[in-house]
Design a protein around this ligand. Structure first.
Ligand code: COI
Length: 359
């Protein structure tokens, strides 16, 4: 399988492999499989030394660019396994195309997508026993690229590592599919148009931590970010995009540079439109959302993301006041989207958009 892609394989001997965690209590991002994919880049050789190897620690110079200037990008996608053991990926090409967009913006080398996809499939085949089969549990895939050249001047690194690690996961939020409570940040902002808000780069997540901690202390799961200039327009949740069902419209903010173009977001837009739901990508102010929550026209709100899947929102906290959505319960559209997406992803439902890739 890997001979034709010039990837070397070093397997962990059978007797030395890790014990697999119980699927009922995986949490998110705590367990890692036995093997990973690793490939290096430098100016002379380009991408080279591609290998599937034992999951391992790295040793870098303390001056490595990533530690100082945050030249790091990543992706998130998932592998699913059906009852017959067939493994599926969901729109993987889109993830790697987005990663190449991130690479360009962060002055990093573009990936050879075909080779990376073939290597990922080979890695998944090797690790197929790690893919959970329990409903709601999956194998999360984290491709990452970092600048590793030891150099303190501010310019792009001339050496990179690209690697893929795999983690069996349950729900991202401790609430599972139960509605989350979200804190609207009207003080701090996540990103500004023209910046890197639409890029999956580590710094966006680091910058969100301070406000997330404030939200957590106040009893909220996540932060809903507003636009950086007027603190008026809704942007995204940071770990997911956001949707509001107001009256007969399913609304999500448009992609204008400060919001990540989520693959789940795009899938929801296509799926809902196919069902006849009126989907709209438009500016939506926090005032409109709050007013709609008060007059009852805000029927549902939910986040979308690879990790979050469909994550219903039961409460928004804005300027010191809580606003309850749909009595704090999961709405029918959120439920339908969650069920249908999961069924398509796991190969249990028809896939009208040809999103699913067999491994
Ligand atoms: C994802 O949904 O895959 C993400 O990358 C979001 C988060 C876990 C950082």
């Amino acid at each position: 399988m890997w001979e034709d892609i010039d990837v070397t394989v070093e397997k962990v001997p059978e007797g030395q492999r890790k014990e697999k965690p119980a699927q009922e209590s995986l949490g998110f991002g705590r367990h890692f499989t036995d093997h990973m994919f690793l490939m290096k880049w430098n100016r002379q050789e380009g991408w080279h030394d591609a290998r599937i190897c034992p999951y391992q620690k790295f040793e870098f110079d303390p001056a490595a660019v990533v530690f100082h200037y945050g030249q790091a990008i990543f992706e998130g996608l998932k592998a699913y396994k059906d009852k017959d053991g067939q493994v599926f990926l969901f729109r993987p090409q889109d993830n790697f195309e987005r990663m190449n967009g991130s690479a360009v913006r962060m002055c990093m080398p573009r990936l050879p997508i075909d080779k990376v996809l073939k290597s990922l499939k080979a890695l998944l085949y090797l690790e197929r026993e790690w893919i959970p089969t329990l409903e709601g549990a999956t194998l999360y895939i984290r491709p990452t690229m970092i600048g590793v050249e030891p150099f303190l001047g501010v310019r792009p690194s001339e050496e990179y590592y690209f690697y893929i690690i795999l983690s069996p996961v349950g729900a991202y939020y401790p609430e599972g599919f139960n509605p989350t409570k979200i804190y609207v940040s009207d003080e701090h902002v996540r990103a500004v148009k023209g910046g890197v808000g639409n890029v999956k780069t580590a710094g966006n997540y680091a910058a969100s931590l301070y406000t997330s901690e404030i939200a957590k202390k106040a009893g909220y799961t996540q932060v809903l970010w507003l636009d950086a200039c007027e603190h008026k327009y809704v942007e995204e949740v940071g770990t997911s995009n956001i949707f509001f069902k107001i009256g007969d419209e399913l609304i999500t903010p448009p992609l204008e540079g400060s919001i990540l173009g989520g693959i789940t977001r795009n899938s929801v837009l296509q799926l809902a439109a196919r069902w006849g739901v009126k989907t709209v990508e438009r500016d939506v102010t926090i005032d409109e959302v709050i007013a709609a929550s008060q007059d009852g026209s805000l029927e549902e709100a939910f986040g979308t993301g690879t990790a979050a899947v469909i994550s219903p929102v039961g409460e928004l906290f804005y300027q010191g006041k809580p606003y309850i959505i749909n009595n704090g319960e999961t709405g029918p559209l959120s439920r339908r989207l969650y069920d249908e997406l999961q069924a398509i992803q796991a190969g249990r439902a028809e896939d009208p958009f040809k999103w699913v890739v067999r491994v």
